[in-house]
Design a protein around this ligand. Structure first.
Ligand code: 16G
Ligand code: MG
Length: 550
């Protein structure tokens, strides 16, 4: 097919800025915002092609670099059901982003020929952006790309990443999943939340002390911050949110879910009082972690993705049981899941656990194997998904007059819980409401929630190497298959520590190798992490300063 003036406009207005190759990684392209003009223009064209291969279904494009520093930016494509771009297309995205400007036309022609695409007239692309200073300019580049390709486009302005995923799914299900607007998103979530909270009130169960206190929320100065007042206006007194890092400060700077999780401390500058319930979003609000300061010991406690996963899985398991239906529920984690959480899920909750490589696409994919699949990365990205057949069965059963009231109520309750969940992708706002609802349902405060199990102390380190691809992994990243000898050396180190566990993997987002270690004490975990970092440095071509043993 012909690409009109796509190449000409690209060369003129969005020329390639440098020759350093850029790759569509685990979460799209991510680098300095100033390098992305041409990449994002071209992704507009690619999204139009993707739409054509999906019979004109709407494709989403989100401009954000999540938890990265403010000067970075990025772009990711959203597939028709609100999932992340099919992994088989990552190579096309990489190719289109990297070809010289003068070869854009021929590259696109070849690609469309191979894909059997002959027209982009009925392609549809919707897009949104986060609050980074570079985002408006990049959004204009994207729009130019979509229009140059001849596709229809709609700009949703400032949205969180999960809101855009939601909207894409609503559009492509003709509104079955909800109304395809930000208003529709808040309506769906808040209606489900209010309903679930009122069911409890009607039953006159215990007073919910936890609800008389407010939730303190660090919004990382990101796009999620601006959404909280909208949510608050819909929830009234059912949940009081006190916002910090509300967008007036620097994005992700010493705040946000990533900072809190990695540093294992509160955002800088906040005044935490023991017993208060705190949560942090990341910059595009697709991750959330909770935390608090112990009332008796003044210590900082983190309730990360693993703790959220166990809370959600435990609650859903009980509810499924009450429905009397035999729906199989499973939980998906990555190697970063704390060993204690995996043990708790297996031994106490008795829910099957699967482990997959890092990256939402792997977790989401695996979770689809269950009737109800809960997935969370330890970093706070996660959600639950329900198969269509299970959803239909629940709907049918809730209206079945020959079952007990208790059973049909449980079905109804579960359907509302499902409405509260953004099934397309991890969503900080939806996860927050889910956690708040479950805490209320259990009459738990954060300390009680935290008591379910005790995290093993752990440590993450980064090692710089010449070429991180020399590290290859297997067994869901839990074992290194290359370089030869590295895994047996890691095994030897691990064997010296009680409850020791460690693995290494090349980062998908930074030019480094990540080391994870856990053990029975913090100093043992630190020491093990250091030992393994030294092994990586020695055996995988470390550069720069050598990691030092504690
Ligand atoms: C990306 C992934 C996240 C993963 C992280 C790992 C998505 C949407 N995001 O942010 O799931 O935990 O990369 O980063 O897939 P790393 O490879 O640098 O450790
Ligand atoms: Mg994010």
């Amino acid at each position: 097919m012909e690409f009109g003036d796509v190449q000409e406009t690209g060369e003129k207005n969005f020329p390639k800025q440098d020759e350093t190759p850029i790759q569509y990684g685990t979460a799209g392209f991510r680098t300095k915002g100033s390098r992305l003009n041409h990449v994002i223009y071209r992704m507009g064209v690619l999204a139009a092609i993707r739409s054509a291969t999906k019979s004109g279904a709407t494709i989403g494009v989100m401009i954000t670099a999540s938890h990265n520093p403010e000067e970075d930016n990025g772009v990711k494509l959203v597939d028709p059901m609100g999932e992340m771009l099919g992994p088989e297309w990552e190579k096309y995205a990489t190719e289109v982003a990297n070809v010289p400007g003068s070869k854009l036309d021929v590259t696109l022609q070849e690609l469309t020929k191979n894909l059997g695409v002959t027209s982009l007239q009925s392609s549809r692309v919707v897009f949104a952006r986060d609050t980074r200073p570079s985002s408006p300019v990049l959004a204009a580049a994207l729009e130019a790309g979509i229009k140059a390709a001849g596709a229809q486009c709609q700009n949703f302005g400032l949205l969180t990443t999960p809101q855009l995923h939601y909207i894409v799914r609503c559009i492509n299900t003709n509104g079955q999943y909800g109304k395809p607007t930000e208003e529709g998103y808040f309506e769906k979530l808040s209606e489900a939340f209010v309903k679930l909270r009122n069911i409890r009130k009607a039953k006159k169960m215990k007073t919910l002390e936890v609800y008389n206190t407010c939730l303190y929320l660090d919004a990382a100065n990101g796009v999620g911050a601006g959404k909280i007042p909208i949510l608050q206006s819909k929830l009234g007194d059912l949940l009081k949110i006190s916002l910090v890092n509300d967008g007036s400060g620097k994005l992700n700077h010493e705040c946000g879910a990533d900072f809190v999780k990695v540093q294992q401390k509160p955002p800088t500058g906040v005044n935490m009082v023991p017993g208060q319930r705190w949560a942090s979003f990341d910059g595009d609000a697709d991750r959330i972690v909770y935390y608090f300061m112990g009332v008796t010991d003044n210590r900082f406690y983190l309730l990360d993705g693993d703790k959220i996963a166990t809370l959600v899985a435990g609650y859903l398991k009980d509810l499924v049981q009450e429905t009397g239906l035999s729906l199989n529920l499973g939980l998906v984690q990555t190697a970063y899941a704390n060993g204690s959480s995996t043990r708790y899920i297996t031994d106490q909750l008795k829910v099957p656990v699967a482990c997959v490589p890092t990256g939402v696409k792997h977790l989401h994919h695996k979770a689809q194997e269950f009737d109800i699949g809960v997935y969370f990365e330890a970093n706070g990205h996660g959600t639950a998904i329900v198969s269509n057949s299970s959803y239909n069965l629940l709907q049918k059963t809730s209206q079945n007059t020959s079952i007990s009231d208790h059973q049909s109520e449980a079905c109804d309750l579960l359907l509302s819980v499902i409405d509260l969940i953004n099934q397309t992708v991890g969503d900080a706002i939806s996860d927050m409401l889910l956690v708040e609802m479950i805490l209320a349902a259990q009459d738990w405060d954060v300390e009680q929630w935290n008591k379910a199990y005790t995290d093993l102390p752990n440590r993450q380190l980064k090692v710089k190497v010449k070429d991180r691809s020399v590290i290859q992994t297997t067994d869901a990243e839990r074992k290194a298959s290359s370089p030869v000898g590295l895994q047996s050396a890691i095994d030897e180190s691990v064997a010296k520590y009680t409850h020791g566990r460690s693995f290494v993997r090349p980062s998908g987002t930074e030019d480094i190798v990540r080391v994870y270690a856990e053990a029975d004490t913090q100093s043992a975990a630190d020491k093990l992490a250091n030992e393994v970092a030294v092994l990586v440095y020695k055996m995988a071509g470390g550069i720069g300063e050598k990691p030092k043993l504690h």
